[in-house]
Design a protein around this ligand. Structure first.
Ligand code: DOR
Ligand code: ZN
Length: 346
Protein backbone atom coordinates (compact mmCIF):
# COMPACT_ATOMS: atom_id res chain seq x y z
CA UNK A 1 0.00 0.00 0.00
CA UNK A 2 1.42 3.37 -1.01
CA UNK A 3 2.20 5.50 2.02
CA UNK A 4 4.04 8.36 0.38
CA UNK A 5 4.11 10.05 -2.97
CA UNK A 6 6.53 12.62 -4.34
CA UNK A 7 5.28 14.78 -7.20
CA UNK A 8 6.11 18.05 -8.87
CA UNK A 9 4.85 21.06 -6.96
CA UNK A 10 1.25 21.63 -8.13
CA UNK A 11 -0.38 24.67 -9.71
CA UNK A 12 -3.95 25.89 -9.33
CA UNK A 13 -5.44 26.85 -12.69
CA UNK A 14 -8.44 28.72 -11.22
CA UNK A 15 -8.19 30.57 -7.92
CA UNK A 16 -9.88 33.51 -6.20
CA UNK A 17 -7.48 35.50 -4.04
CA UNK A 18 -9.61 38.66 -3.59
CA UNK A 19 -7.90 41.82 -2.35
CA UNK A 20 -6.95 43.70 0.83
CA UNK A 21 -7.44 41.92 4.16
CA UNK A 22 -9.02 38.85 2.54
CA UNK A 23 -6.07 38.48 0.15
CA UNK A 24 -3.65 38.65 3.09
CA UNK A 25 -5.63 36.07 4.99
CA UNK A 26 -6.06 33.47 2.25
CA UNK A 27 -2.86 33.81 0.20
CA UNK A 28 -0.70 31.69 2.57
CA UNK A 29 -3.23 28.86 2.28
CA UNK A 30 -2.37 28.59 -1.42
CA UNK A 31 1.34 29.42 -1.37
CA UNK A 32 2.00 26.69 1.21
CA UNK A 33 1.47 24.02 -1.46
CA UNK A 34 1.13 25.62 -4.88
CA UNK A 35 3.80 27.19 -7.10
CA UNK A 36 1.52 29.16 -9.42
CA UNK A 37 -2.12 30.01 -9.83
CA UNK A 38 -4.36 31.50 -12.46
CA UNK A 39 -5.82 34.38 -10.44
CA UNK A 40 -9.43 35.29 -11.11
CA UNK A 41 -10.09 38.96 -11.92
CA UNK A 42 -13.62 39.32 -10.46
CA UNK A 43 -12.70 42.00 -7.95
CA UNK A 44 -14.85 45.06 -7.35
CA UNK A 45 -14.11 46.84 -9.65
CA UNK A 46 -12.91 44.04 -11.94
CA UNK A 47 -9.36 43.70 -13.31
CA UNK A 48 -10.01 44.74 -16.91
CA UNK A 49 -6.86 46.33 -18.31
CA UNK A 50 -3.22 45.33 -18.43
CA UNK A 51 -2.39 48.20 -16.08
CA UNK A 52 -4.98 46.99 -13.58
CA UNK A 53 -3.57 43.45 -13.77
CA UNK A 54 -0.05 44.77 -13.15
CA UNK A 55 -1.25 46.72 -10.10
CA UNK A 56 -3.17 43.69 -8.74
CA UNK A 57 -0.09 41.52 -9.25
CA UNK A 58 1.93 44.00 -7.17
CA UNK A 59 -0.62 43.81 -4.36
CA UNK A 60 -0.43 40.00 -4.41
CA UNK A 61 3.37 40.04 -4.35
CA UNK A 62 3.31 42.50 -1.43
CA UNK A 63 0.99 40.17 0.52
CA UNK A 64 3.17 37.05 0.06
CA UNK A 65 4.24 35.41 3.30
CA UNK A 66 7.97 35.75 4.01
CA UNK A 67 10.00 33.23 2.03
CA UNK A 68 7.14 32.11 -0.20
CA UNK A 69 7.97 31.42 -3.83
CA UNK A 70 4.76 31.88 -5.74
CA UNK A 71 3.91 33.18 -9.16
CA UNK A 72 0.47 34.67 -9.72
CA UNK A 73 -0.63 34.20 -13.33
CA UNK A 74 -2.74 37.21 -14.15
CA UNK A 75 -6.05 37.20 -15.99
CA UNK A 76 -8.04 40.01 -17.60
CA UNK A 77 -11.79 40.30 -17.06
CA UNK A 78 -13.48 40.50 -20.47
CA UNK A 79 -15.98 43.32 -20.93
CA UNK A 80 -17.81 44.55 -24.01
CA UNK A 81 -15.41 47.50 -24.14
CA UNK A 82 -12.15 45.58 -23.69
CA UNK A 83 -9.52 46.92 -26.09
CA UNK A 84 -7.89 44.17 -28.23
CA UNK A 85 -4.66 46.21 -28.39
CA UNK A 86 -4.43 46.29 -24.59
CA UNK A 87 -4.96 42.52 -24.41
CA UNK A 88 -2.27 41.99 -27.05
CA UNK A 89 0.23 44.17 -25.19
CA UNK A 90 -0.52 42.61 -21.78
CA UNK A 91 0.02 39.13 -23.23
CA UNK A 92 3.16 40.13 -25.16
CA UNK A 93 4.75 41.50 -22.00
CA UNK A 94 4.23 38.12 -20.31
CA UNK A 95 2.07 39.65 -17.58
CA UNK A 96 -1.26 38.18 -18.62
CA UNK A 97 -1.82 34.46 -19.23
CA UNK A 98 -5.55 34.36 -19.98
CA UNK A 99 -8.75 36.36 -20.38
CA UNK A 100 -11.86 35.45 -18.41
CA UNK A 101 -15.34 35.38 -19.87
CA UNK A 102 -18.15 35.86 -17.37
CA UNK A 103 -21.61 35.97 -18.90
CA UNK A 104 -23.09 39.08 -17.22
CA UNK A 105 -25.00 38.07 -14.10
CA UNK A 106 -23.76 34.46 -14.02
CA UNK A 107 -21.95 34.62 -10.69
CA UNK A 108 -20.12 36.72 -8.06
CA UNK A 109 -19.10 40.14 -9.41
CA UNK A 110 -20.03 39.33 -12.98
CA UNK A 111 -22.16 42.44 -13.61
CA UNK A 112 -19.48 43.88 -15.93
CA UNK A 113 -19.34 40.65 -17.94
CA UNK A 114 -20.56 39.99 -21.45
CA UNK A 115 -24.21 40.30 -22.57
CA UNK A 116 -23.77 40.51 -26.32
CA UNK A 117 -21.10 38.10 -27.49
CA UNK A 118 -20.83 39.84 -30.87
CA UNK A 119 -19.30 42.79 -29.06
CA UNK A 120 -16.22 40.84 -27.96
CA UNK A 121 -15.51 39.29 -31.35
CA UNK A 122 -12.49 41.53 -32.01
CA UNK A 123 -10.86 40.60 -28.71
CA UNK A 124 -11.49 36.90 -29.29
CA UNK A 125 -9.98 37.09 -32.78
CA UNK A 126 -6.87 38.74 -31.36
CA UNK A 127 -6.64 36.04 -28.72
CA UNK A 128 -6.94 33.29 -31.32
CA UNK A 129 -4.16 34.94 -33.31
CA UNK A 130 -1.74 35.17 -30.38
CA UNK A 131 -2.78 31.87 -28.70
CA UNK A 132 -4.00 33.48 -25.46
CA UNK A 133 -6.48 31.18 -23.68
CA UNK A 134 -10.04 32.22 -22.87
CA UNK A 135 -11.19 30.95 -19.47
CA UNK A 136 -14.93 30.48 -19.54
CA UNK A 137 -17.55 30.52 -16.82
CA UNK A 138 -19.88 28.22 -18.73
CA UNK A 139 -23.41 28.96 -17.61
CA UNK A 140 -26.24 30.76 -19.37
CA UNK A 141 -27.96 33.47 -17.40
CA UNK A 142 -31.41 33.12 -19.00
CA UNK A 143 -33.79 33.03 -16.02
CA UNK A 144 -35.98 30.60 -17.93
CA UNK A 145 -33.24 27.96 -17.85
CA UNK A 146 -33.18 25.77 -14.75
CA UNK A 147 -30.03 26.37 -12.71
CA UNK A 148 -29.08 22.69 -12.96
CA UNK A 149 -29.20 22.89 -16.78
CA UNK A 150 -27.30 26.14 -17.25
CA UNK A 151 -23.94 24.55 -18.05
CA UNK A 152 -25.28 22.11 -20.64
CA UNK A 153 -27.34 24.83 -22.34
CA UNK A 154 -24.33 27.18 -22.41
CA UNK A 155 -22.34 24.70 -24.47
CA UNK A 156 -24.89 24.72 -27.28
CA UNK A 157 -26.13 28.28 -27.10
CA UNK A 158 -22.92 30.19 -26.41
CA UNK A 159 -19.68 28.24 -26.46
CA UNK A 160 -20.15 26.29 -29.67
CA UNK A 161 -21.11 29.41 -31.70
CA UNK A 162 -18.13 31.32 -30.26
CA UNK A 163 -15.71 28.54 -31.13
CA UNK A 164 -17.15 28.14 -34.63
CA UNK A 165 -16.85 31.87 -35.26
CA UNK A 166 -13.30 32.04 -33.92
CA UNK A 167 -11.18 29.20 -35.28
CA UNK A 168 -7.99 28.67 -33.31
CA UNK A 169 -9.37 30.21 -30.11
CA UNK A 170 -7.93 28.31 -27.14
CA UNK A 171 -10.59 27.73 -24.49
CA UNK A 172 -10.65 26.43 -20.93
CA UNK A 173 -14.12 25.39 -19.82
CA UNK A 174 -13.76 26.06 -16.13
CA UNK A 175 -15.14 24.13 -13.17
CA UNK A 176 -16.90 21.54 -15.32
CA UNK A 177 -19.81 20.05 -13.37
CA UNK A 178 -21.68 17.88 -15.87
CA UNK A 179 -21.14 14.86 -18.08
CA UNK A 180 -22.15 17.10 -21.02
CA UNK A 181 -19.34 19.51 -20.15
CA UNK A 182 -16.79 16.70 -19.91
CA UNK A 183 -17.82 15.29 -23.27
CA UNK A 184 -17.69 18.74 -24.84
CA UNK A 185 -14.09 19.17 -23.65
CA UNK A 186 -13.13 15.69 -24.81
CA UNK A 187 -14.44 16.42 -28.28
CA UNK A 188 -12.85 19.85 -28.56
CA UNK A 189 -9.42 18.95 -29.88
CA UNK A 190 -6.08 20.39 -28.78
CA UNK A 191 -7.38 23.95 -28.32
CA UNK A 192 -9.86 22.88 -25.65
CA UNK A 193 -9.32 21.97 -22.01
CA UNK A 194 -11.38 21.76 -18.84
CA UNK A 195 -10.64 22.45 -15.20
CA UNK A 196 -12.17 20.44 -12.40
CA UNK A 197 -12.56 21.65 -8.85
CA UNK A 198 -11.85 19.66 -5.73
CA UNK A 199 -15.27 20.17 -4.21
CA UNK A 200 -17.22 18.96 -7.26
CA UNK A 201 -15.42 15.62 -6.91
CA UNK A 202 -16.81 15.32 -3.36
CA UNK A 203 -20.29 16.80 -3.22
CA UNK A 204 -23.48 16.39 -5.19
CA UNK A 205 -26.61 18.51 -4.84
CA UNK A 206 -27.90 16.45 -1.91
CA UNK A 207 -24.99 17.68 0.17
CA UNK A 208 -26.30 21.22 -0.25
CA UNK A 209 -30.01 20.60 0.15
CA UNK A 210 -30.90 17.33 1.88
CA UNK A 211 -31.54 17.46 5.63
CA UNK A 212 -31.03 21.22 5.87
CA UNK A 213 -29.48 23.87 3.68
CA UNK A 214 -25.68 23.99 3.87
CA UNK A 215 -24.41 27.31 2.58
CA UNK A 216 -20.74 26.31 2.67
CA UNK A 217 -21.44 23.74 -0.05
CA UNK A 218 -23.13 26.30 -2.30
CA UNK A 219 -21.02 27.38 -5.25
CA UNK A 220 -21.46 28.14 -8.94
CA UNK A 221 -21.85 26.22 -11.08
CA UNK A 222 -23.92 24.48 -8.43
CA UNK A 223 -23.10 20.81 -7.74
CA UNK A 224 -25.26 18.49 -9.83
CA UNK A 225 -26.69 15.00 -9.24
CA UNK A 226 -24.54 12.01 -8.27
CA UNK A 227 -24.11 10.61 -11.80
CA UNK A 228 -22.30 13.82 -12.76
CA UNK A 229 -20.04 13.72 -9.70
CA UNK A 230 -19.01 10.17 -10.60
CA UNK A 231 -18.26 11.26 -14.18
CA UNK A 232 -16.12 14.12 -12.86
CA UNK A 233 -14.12 11.75 -10.68
CA UNK A 234 -13.54 9.47 -13.64
CA UNK A 235 -12.34 12.42 -15.72
CA UNK A 236 -10.02 13.73 -13.00
CA UNK A 237 -8.44 10.39 -12.21
CA UNK A 238 -8.52 8.86 -15.69
CA UNK A 239 -5.31 10.40 -16.96
CA UNK A 240 -6.86 12.44 -19.81
CA UNK A 241 -4.54 15.34 -20.61
CA UNK A 242 -7.37 17.77 -21.33
CA UNK A 243 -8.43 17.89 -17.67
CA UNK A 244 -6.53 19.56 -14.84
CA UNK A 245 -7.03 21.10 -11.42
CA UNK A 246 -8.59 24.52 -11.02
CA UNK A 247 -9.80 24.59 -7.43
CA UNK A 248 -12.07 27.62 -7.77
CA UNK A 249 -11.26 28.11 -4.09
CA UNK A 250 -13.50 31.11 -3.47
CA UNK A 251 -13.34 32.66 -0.01
CA UNK A 252 -16.25 34.61 1.39
CA UNK A 253 -16.53 35.75 4.99
CA UNK A 254 -18.87 33.43 6.89
CA UNK A 255 -21.38 36.23 7.42
CA UNK A 256 -21.79 36.53 3.64
CA UNK A 257 -22.31 32.77 3.23
CA UNK A 258 -24.56 32.17 6.24
CA UNK A 259 -27.22 34.57 5.08
CA UNK A 260 -30.73 34.67 3.64
CA UNK A 261 -29.03 35.26 0.27
CA UNK A 262 -25.65 33.61 0.62
CA UNK A 263 -22.67 34.03 -1.71
CA UNK A 264 -21.47 31.22 -3.96
CA UNK A 265 -18.07 29.69 -3.29
CA UNK A 266 -16.28 26.86 -1.51
CA UNK A 267 -12.96 27.60 0.17
CA UNK A 268 -10.66 24.64 -0.49
CA UNK A 269 -7.14 26.07 -0.77
CA UNK A 270 -6.02 24.65 2.58
CA UNK A 271 -7.04 21.01 2.18
CA UNK A 272 -7.29 20.54 -1.58
CA UNK A 273 -4.23 18.33 -1.99
CA UNK A 274 -5.14 16.08 0.93
CA UNK A 275 -8.64 15.66 -0.48
CA UNK A 276 -7.34 14.93 -3.97
CA UNK A 277 -4.86 12.34 -2.71
CA UNK A 278 -7.78 10.65 -0.92
CA UNK A 279 -9.89 10.64 -4.10
CA UNK A 280 -7.08 9.42 -6.36
CA UNK A 281 -6.19 6.67 -3.87
CA UNK A 282 -9.83 5.56 -3.71
CA UNK A 283 -9.89 5.35 -7.50
CA UNK A 284 -6.60 3.42 -7.58
CA UNK A 285 -5.03 6.30 -9.49
CA UNK A 286 -2.41 7.84 -7.20
CA UNK A 287 0.07 7.53 -10.06
CA UNK A 288 -2.11 9.98 -12.04
CA UNK A 289 -2.31 12.69 -9.40
CA UNK A 290 0.83 14.43 -10.67
CA UNK A 291 -0.59 14.72 -14.18
CA UNK A 292 -3.79 16.28 -12.88
CA UNK A 293 -2.22 18.80 -10.49
CA UNK A 294 1.18 19.52 -12.03
CA UNK A 295 1.57 18.46 -15.68
CA UNK A 296 -1.62 18.80 -17.75
CA UNK A 297 -2.19 22.45 -16.81
CA UNK A 298 1.28 23.72 -17.74
CA UNK A 299 1.11 21.74 -20.99
CA UNK A 300 -2.10 23.51 -22.01
CA UNK A 301 -0.86 26.93 -20.92
CA UNK A 302 2.46 26.28 -22.71
CA UNK A 303 4.47 26.82 -19.56
CA UNK A 304 7.17 24.54 -18.16
CA UNK A 305 6.10 22.26 -15.29
CA UNK A 306 7.54 23.08 -11.88
CA UNK A 307 10.89 21.52 -11.08
CA UNK A 308 10.42 21.56 -7.31
CA UNK A 309 8.83 18.50 -5.67
CA UNK A 310 6.46 18.01 -2.75
CA UNK A 311 5.83 14.82 -0.81
CA UNK A 312 2.45 13.59 0.32
CA UNK A 313 2.52 11.12 3.20
CA UNK A 314 -0.24 9.09 4.75
CA UNK A 315 -0.59 9.31 8.51
CA UNK A 316 -2.95 10.16 11.34
CA UNK A 317 -6.09 12.16 10.52
CA UNK A 318 -5.15 15.70 9.64
CA UNK A 319 -6.19 18.30 12.19
CA UNK A 320 -7.23 21.49 10.44
CA UNK A 321 -9.11 24.50 11.76
CA UNK A 322 -12.79 24.65 10.80
CA UNK A 323 -12.23 28.20 9.62
CA UNK A 324 -9.39 30.51 8.66
CA UNK A 325 -9.30 33.82 10.49
CA UNK A 326 -8.77 36.77 8.15
CA UNK A 327 -8.90 40.53 8.60
CA UNK A 328 -12.11 40.40 6.57
CA UNK A 329 -13.74 37.89 8.93
CA UNK A 330 -13.61 34.11 9.39
CA UNK A 331 -13.77 31.90 6.29
CA UNK A 332 -15.04 28.35 6.73
CA UNK A 333 -12.88 25.67 5.19
CA UNK A 334 -14.56 23.15 2.89
CA UNK A 335 -15.49 20.03 4.88
CA UNK A 336 -15.10 16.90 2.73
CA UNK A 337 -17.09 14.88 5.31
CA UNK A 338 -14.41 12.25 5.92
CA UNK A 339 -11.04 12.19 7.72
CA UNK A 340 -8.05 13.28 5.65
CA UNK A 341 -5.04 11.04 6.07
CA UNK A 342 -2.72 12.53 3.44
CA UNK A 343 -0.36 15.19 4.76
CA UNK A 344 1.56 17.50 2.48
CA UNK A 345 5.22 17.97 3.34
CA UNK A 346 6.52 21.00 1.53
O1 DOR B 1 -18.74 29.53 -6.50
C1 DOR B 1 -18.23 30.46 -7.13
N1 DOR B 1 -17.59 31.49 -6.51
N2 DOR B 1 -18.32 30.47 -8.45
C2 DOR B 1 -17.93 31.50 -9.18
O2 DOR B 1 -18.08 31.45 -10.36
C3 DOR B 1 -17.38 32.73 -8.54
C4 DOR B 1 -16.84 32.43 -7.23
C5 DOR B 1 -16.58 33.67 -6.42
O3 DOR B 1 -15.96 34.60 -6.93
O4 DOR B 1 -16.97 33.69 -5.25
ZN1 ZN C 1 -14.21 30.95 -9.93
Amino acid sequence: MTQSLTIRRPDDWHLHLRDGAMLEGVLPETTRHFARAIVMPNLVPPVVTGAEAAAYRERIMAALPAGARFEPLMVLYLTETTDPADVRAAAASGLVKAVKLYPAGATTNSASGVRDFDRVRGVLETMAEIGLPLCVHGEVTDPAVDIFDREAVFLERVLEPIRRATPGLRVVLEHVTTREGLDYVRGGGPDMAGTLTTHHLIINRNHILAGGIRPHYYCLPVAKRETHRLALREAATGGEGCFFLGTDSAPHADAAKESACGCAGCFTATNTLSILAHVFEEEGALDRLEGFVALNGPAFYRLPPNEERITLRKGEPLVLPARIETGAGPVTLFDPGFPLLWHVES
